[in-house]
Write a protein that binds this ligand. Structure first.
Ligand SMILES: Cc1cc2nc3c(=O)[nH]c(=O)nc-3n(C[C@H](O)[C@H](O)[C@H](O)COP(=O)(O)OP(=O)(O)OC[C@H]3O[C@@H](n4cnc5c(N)ncnc54)[C@H](O)[C@@H]3O)c2cc1C
Length: 531
């Protein structure tokens, strides 16, 4: 048996993580690929559960054939250990800071610098999850993002979905959320969601993009020559537009859902025309009878694990290092260098945690991260086109952010009774009172006074909103008063990335998982399509 030089752990098997695993294997590493889902694919290639034995797993998928080939190559590889239904619930530094080599050193990663990875394997609702611990030489974080939704009166009603959740139900379960559905928010993501809903059998009344045509045109047309490199994305978008036209679904710009009403569940939505800053044009409100509403205002990167690993963050708007003491710092991403290396020794990052740019960009970042993490030659000729595609992806992320910004006047949609934190039922009025109190608007004070962010989601959903509103109500970013012995409060700092039962915590870890590849690779589907 050949002894492998480097062990690379990859967390997340979405487009970024799967590509990282493939590149690391190609560079000769031993790879442990971990994902909380049953199958690889992440959000973009969300697969149906194995138990469905789907005859057409490629339905509702773009680029399925290439994904399927990659998935099979990686999962069947003798040096790959695939850990499905496994969450990384914590990362732990193995050495005190002074004992580490300095971050950003060139060359292959030195062993033992990456943090210890704590895993929990098994279905989350089962009682038999098993703990494992990995001590990899290098760690690639590719954990993606989750939906961001701005609050508005009635958004807590049953029948109001995040667009991502509706998409997950359509793609991952073939469940249609309703017969009369409005899809609203901002970003190109609204289009695949509407199309997936239609293909799952839902009726879509309209798609509402909150940004005005002028904002969209300015954002997309700037440095128009860069678009030439994005033919794949353009083709995908064209296909969505054709599908919507075929189903006669109108796509309206400069209009948003600013309220939802209903007895016990959503029955109608109030939409309004918006100015460029997202203030409502008076008198433009209209109501529409619906049985479901899907909303998305972009994505928030999952930063718990990067923060636990000690990765520095950057501010999306300014590009500058994020100041952890500023409670308003909500649009933050992991800082990576030209090789996808983070500022934490032995830790690499790829995909949506470094910037929101879609699946193709996530894939090339993953390829680069996996190759370098495995000690592959950074000057390898094959990397030239990968780096070029990665840079195009970063340019696409900037374009996306410019064309689909969140208008600063959106808090004008809120009333004092509007729920801000759904877990704890905190409303906007309570938040205003807390910020106006003599104790000030520091994040810890607001949290304790209102309980916003203290519920089961631990601020994953409301965190960015609470941070932004608190900063605005307090007239600008609030600087935390340092508490002796505590790190500054940030919206993403959570020592436990996933809940763990006390019994599981107390149980001793089992030996690390070993390759068990053949049984994980399902038979090739009979019909494959690649659009
Ligand atoms: C809900 C949702 C639906 C989306 N659907 C689409 C779509 O249909 N079309 C489209 O163009 N874009 C979609 N996107 C955007 C999409 O996220 C990206 O384009 C692309 O999937 C990003 O790839 P990624 O590898 O960075 O992250 P992801 O694809 O999100 O993959 C991250 C993976 O990490 C795993 N993970 C996260 N945390 C842990 C942990 N602690 N332990 C173990 N595993 C973990 C997740 O299970 C996931 O599989 C969606 C985004 C979201 C949030």
């Amino acid at each position: 048996m050949t002894l492998c030089r480097v062990h690379v752990a990859v967390v997340g098997a979405g487009p970024a993580g799967l590509a990282a695993a493939e590149a690391a294997l190609r560079a000769g590493a031993r790879v442990t690929l971990v994902d909380s889902a049953e199958n690889p694919g992440g959000q973009y290639h969300r697969m149906l559960p194995d138990a469905y034995a789907a005859a057409r797993p490629d339905q509702l998928q773009h680029g399925w054939r290439a994904f399927d080939r990659r998935r099979r190559r990686v999962l069947a590889h003798p040096r790959c250990t695939w850990c499905p239904e496994t969450v990384v619930w914590a990362l732990e530094h193995r050495f005190p800071e002074g004992e580490l080599d300095s971050p950003g050193d060139p060359g292959p990663p030195r062993s033992s610098q990456a943090p210890r990875v704590h895993l929990l394997s098994g279905p989350p609702d089962g009682g038999a999850r098993v703990r494992h611990v990995l001590d990899p030489d290098a760690l690639v974080l590719a954990v993606g993002a989750h939906d961001r939704v701005l609050p508005f009166p009635g958004w807590e009603l049953p029948g109001v979905f995040t667009a991502g959740a509706a998409q997950a139900l359509a793609k991952g379960e073939r469940v249609a959320v309703g017969d009369r559905v409005v899809v609203a928010g901002t970003g190109p993501f609204l289009l695949p969601v509407a199309v997936s809903l239609l293909e799952a059998g839902a009726g879509v009344l309209e798609v509402l993009e909150a940004n005005t045509p002028a904002t969209l045109a300015r954002g997309w047309s700037r440095r128009a020559w860069e678009l030439a490199a994005l033919t794949g994305k353009a083709g995908e978008l064209r296909a969505y537009v054709v599908d919507l036209a075929r189903h006669r679904v109108p796509y309206r710009c400069g209009r948003a859902v600013v309220g939802a009403r209903g007895e016990g569940r959503v029955e109608e939505v109030v939409s309004a025309r918006l100015r460029a800053d997202w203030s409502v044009v008076p008198g433009s409100e209209r109501s529409t009878a619906v049985d479901a509403l899907c909303v998305s205002h972009g994505f928030s990167p999952q930063l718990e694990l990067p923060l636990a690993a000690g990765c520095a963050l950057r501010d999306a708007a300014s590009g500058r290092p994020a100041d952890g003491e500023r409670a308003s710092a909500v649009d933050q991403f992991v800082v990576v260098d030209d090789d996808q290396r983070t500022t934490a020794p032995g830790v690499f990052a790829a995909g949506e945690i470094t910037g929101i740019a879609g699946a193709p960009a996530a894939r090339v970042e993953g390829t680069l991260a996996g190759w370098i993490a495995a000690g592959g030659d950074p000057a390898a000729p094959a990397l030239r086109s990968v780096r070029r595609a990665r840079d195009q992806g970063r340019a696409f992320a900037r374009r996306l952010a410019r064309a689909h910004p969140i208008g600063p006047a959106w808090p004008g949609w809120l009333s004092p009774g509007t729920v801000i934190c759904r877990c704890e039922g905190t409303d906007y009025g309570a938040l205003r009172r807390a910020v106006a109190s003599p104790a000030g608007a520091a994040a810890r004070v607001t949290k304790l006074a209102t309980r916003a962010g203290l519920g089961p989601c631990q601020g994953r959903i409301c965190g960015p909103t609470v941070a932004e509103l608190t900063a605005r109500l307090g007239n600008g970013p609030t600087v935390e008063r340092p508490v002796a012995g505590l790190p500054p409060a940030t919206p993403h700092h959570r020592p436990l990335a996933h809940p763990i039962r006390l019994g599981e915590l107390a149980a001793p870890p089992q030996p690390p998982p070993q390759p068990d590849h053949p049984s994980h690779v399902p038979p090739t589907p009979t019909k494959e399509t690649e659009r």
